[in-house]
Structures are given as C-alpha cells and as structure tokens.
Design a protein around this ligand. Structure first.
Ligand SMILES: O=c1ccn([C@@H]2O[C@H](COP(=O)(O)O)[C@@H](O)[C@H]2O)c(=O)[nH]1
Length: 232
C-alpha cells in the first residue's frame, strides 16, 4: 500500500510536474494539481500527471464564488475525474452544497483556514478567537453542507476529527519533516504528528519536490510513516 501522501506538484512547467509525478507515484497514493499548473496548462494537465500509473489526482482549485458559478466550475472539472476538488469553506453552505451536487463522484474538500495564516493574521482579518475555533466552526458548516473532506492544519486534525466524526476525510497541508524549513507555512507539524492526530491524507510539496531526488524523498517519508503504522 502506498503512503497516504498527496505530493503538491507546484511546478513552473508541465515537464517538471510530470517528471515529479513519475518519481513519486511508486511511493504515494496521490498527486496534487494546484493553481499554478492548472492556470497555465488547463485541464490537460490532469492526464499528464496521472500518466499510466492511474495515481489519484487531487485538484486543488480552491473555488470560492457564488453558488451557481461554483456549481458550473465543479461540473466542468468533474469530467477530469479528480478524487478531490477543493472549495473554500468560507464561501458558505449554499456554495459548498452546490459544488457537492454538481460533482457527485468527486470528494468536495472544504479548505477551512489556510495553513499559511498565523494567529496574528486571523486577528488582522477580523476573525476573532484562535484559529482552532474558526477551523472547527467552518468544518461543521462544510460537512453539514455536503463536503466529504476537509483541509486543515495537522495541528487541528484531532479537534476536527472530534467535531466531525470518523467518516470525513481529513487532509492536512502544513506538513514538514523534523528540521525542515517551514517556508510560508505557519501552522505546521511533522508527518508522524499529522498521522497520529488523525489525518487521512498528508499534503507535502517542497520538502519532496525541492529535494535533489524527489522519489527518494517521498520514499523516505513513506518509510517513516510505515514505521509509525501509517502505511503498509
Ligand atoms: O491551507 C492550505 C491549503 C492548501 N495548501 C496547498 O498545499 C501545498 C503545500 O505545499 P508545501 O510546499 O508543502 O508547503 C501547496 O500546494 C498549497 O497550495 C496549503 O499549503 N495550505
């Protein structure tokens, strides 16, 4: 069994993304296509990174608009058969419901509070209280509206799990192996901590893709998770 990791293919060009995908797919369950690749290359990027391996594709477009527009966008990309499609939970119940109804065969993953935001950022945005409160509130709202997956920091995974129960898939970016640079991530934890907190899918980008050998980096993290009982 492959490790429950989605490698973020945040590459400047399609050749690099496809090469990373080929290197990591023997070790991880999922590859993630984000805004950089999708906006540059469009829908064809999904087939390019899926390749012959048939690895799961996570389409991280973070849709956030009025319900009718998000429904149209979700319907348009559902033909690419992504395993996951992200929307911002802050778009509200009607928007999340519209996405879930428009793409019934794709898991709608609601992004709660971006992992790049620190507590002081939330205050400056006018969101009172600790990040965890906002994450829990948005998680409950999103699941009630039909999201079957949630995106949160690994620091919040245990509390979100307690809030939404065992069925919802918890996806955690903001994952950094011990000692790795946090870069623009603010609310972070190690892969082992994320798994122990109840995360189902760990999003890891630069610690793998910026390594001299992305395949070896993915294999190393997968092996560390296996030692903690997270992947066979
Ligand atoms: O809250 C969020 C939601 C999405 N992301 C995405 O995850 C990866 C993280 O990449 P790293 O290189 O491991 O930092 C990236 O594609 C983000 O767009 C997130 O970081 N936080």
């Amino acid at each position: 069994m492959k490790a429950p990791i989605a490698v973020a293919l945040d590459a400047p060009d399609l050749e690099t993304a496809a090469r990373w995908a080929t290197l990591v797919t023997p070790h991880v369950s999922t590859v993630k296509v984000g805004l950089e690749l999708y906006l540059r290359y469009g829908p064809d990027v999904v087939a390019s990174v899926r390749g012959a391996s048939g690895v799961q594709v996570f389409l991280d477009l973070k849709l956030h608009d009025i319900p009718a527009t998000v429904a149209g966008a979700a319907r348009a990309v559902s033909r690419l058969k992504p395993a996951y499609l992200t929307v911002h939970a802050a778009g509200g119940s009607a928007m999340i419901r519209a996405a879930a109804e428009a793409a019934p065969n794709t898991r709608i993953a609601a992004v709660t509070v971006l992992t790049s935001l620190a507590e002081e950022d939330l205050t400056s945005l006018g969101l009172a209280g600790p990040a965890l409160d906002a994450v829990r509130r948005l998680s409950a709202l999103a699941v009630e509206a039909g999201a079957s997956a949630l995106v949160c920091s690994p620091m919040e995974a245990a509390a979100v799990r307690a809030e939404v129960g065992p069925e919802v898939i918890l996806i955690t970016p903001g994952v950094r192996p011990h000692g790795a640079a946090t870069q623009d991530q603010a609310r972070v934890a190690t892969p082992e901590q994320a798994l122990a907190a109840g995360a189902d899918l760990l999003v890891i980008g630069r610690p793998i893709t910026a390594a001299p050998d992305p395949g070896a980096a993915a294999a190393g993290i997968a092996a560390a998770l296996r030692r903690t009982g997270g992947a066979a």
